[in-house]
Write a new protein. Structure first.
Length: 231
């Protein structure tokens, strides 16, 4: 059986790799040297949950997410209000999303579409909204992390519908920084890191939203009754 690459290509490859090896020198000795780990794990105080929540709020808004605050008991009404204000008639419900969260929406005539695995991309494209929770939210970067947990469902659910309502429970789901978030995440789960609605810019810096995901991201920062004071 002949080699898939001609001899000249193999010679070029060996020449390039040989130069890389020569430039690296004794790689074993380099690998044994400890790497400095003296960077800060966070650039803000981590022992003030209210301040972290305020920082998350500001950074989410800076990325053009629509941010709302409420207490836990108000959540069903706030979700229903957001969907009605949007004019949503259909909403996708990930398996594992707390049933009570959309109870009021159902009484307002909004059709709930439970994700049983049969909703195709084409069907999701015709859906008005999706409601999920999250794995974590990073205050310093205004980033929400999804990892396909029970209240989030398949990655497709949060990427195809044009309107995404995401619930973040504070303080337990809010971390200060990315270095503090990573140890709390399972590296084998499919992760989606979201900083604002989907957007891109062309060479002229004209911003277009909704290219790779939802055009509108609404975030509900939820605290327990008597907990952190909503802004």
């Amino acid at each position: 059986m002949s080699h898939p690459f001609p001899q000249s290509h193999r010679n070029s490859r060996e020449l390039i790799l040989g130069r890389i090896r020569a430039a690296l020198g004794d790689t074993a000795a380099v690998a044994e040297q400890p790497l400095p780990r003296d960077y800060l794990a966070a650039h803000v105080p981590t022992d003030d949950p209210a301040a972290l929540l305020d920082l998350l709020h500001r950074n989410l808004a800076d990325y053009r997410a629509l941010v709302h605050r409420c207490q836990e008991g108000e959540l069903p009404g706030r979700i229903a209000g957001l969907l009605l204000d949007r004019g949503s008639r259909t909403v996708v419900v990930p398996a594992g999303l707390p049933a009570g969260w959309l109870a009021e929406a159902a009484t307002q005539g909004i059709e709930l579409l439970p994700d049983d695995g049969t909703l195709t991309a084409a069907r999701l494209d015709a859906v008005d909204s999706v409601v999920t929770d999250c794995a974590l939210a990073v205050a310093e970067t205004g980033t929400i992390v999804l990892d396909a947990g029970p209240g989030q469902g398949r990655r497709l659910l949060s990427l195809v519908p044009d309107h995404h309502v995401c619930v973040v429970r504070a303080p337990e789901q809010v971390v200060a920084s990315v270095p503090l978030a990573l140890p709390r995440l399972d590296p084998v789960r499919p992760q989606t890191w979201i900083s604002g609605p989907s957007a891109t810019s062309d060479i002229e810096l004209d911003r277009v939203e909704g290219v790779h995901g939802p055009r509108t991201l609404e975030v509900l920062l939820v605290t327990a009754a008597g907990g952190l004071t909503p802004a």
